[in-house]
Design a protein around this ligand. Structure first.
Ligand code: CA
Length: 134
């Protein structure tokens, strides 16, 4: 199952207010990748940029964690190249893992194609929120 390809110029996703989320971004591309999450008011939650060290190998370009604070739970994700000068095509899905009616974690995966070879690995973002941390 998956959604897309869709334009990386704003993909709606939800993160429950108060939950802690972890993210990691990996490039496999020559082009300078760009990924940014914004809340419903346009505030930037995180940004990562970078290319593969050698133009093709999987290269971490950022990671972090934050507590989702938007009361609406609504966020927009942007994936492109060169600071958003162009937008990539993105395939994505969300995998919730539940126990006894509670979502324990939910993991979004986004993979992008920044050109034409259709490998859909130029930027990979994993974004996971936890019901409980610690
Ligand atoms: Ca590609």
């Amino acid at each position: 199952m998956s959604n897309g390809p869709v334009s990386g110029n704003g993909i709606a996703c939800t993160l429950p207010q108060g939950k802690t989320a972890l993210w990691t971004a990996t490039a496999q591309a020559t082009n300078n990748q760009f990924v940014q999450l914004r809340d419903s008011r346009g505030n930037i939650i995180f940004t990562a940029t970078g290319a593969s060290v050698d133009g093709h190998s999987p290269t971490p370009i950022g990671n972090g964690s934050f507590v989702a604070g938007d009361p609406s739970n609504n966020y927009m994700l942007y994936i492109g190249t060169n600071g958003g000068a162009s937008w990539s095509q993105v395939i994505w899905d969300d995998l919730p893992l539940t126990y006894s009616g509670t979502t324990k974690i939910s993991s979004y995966n986004f993979i992008s194609e920044d050109s034409s070879d259709q490998d859909f690995n130029d930027l990979w973002l994993s974004l996971t929120w936890f019901d409980h941390v610690g």
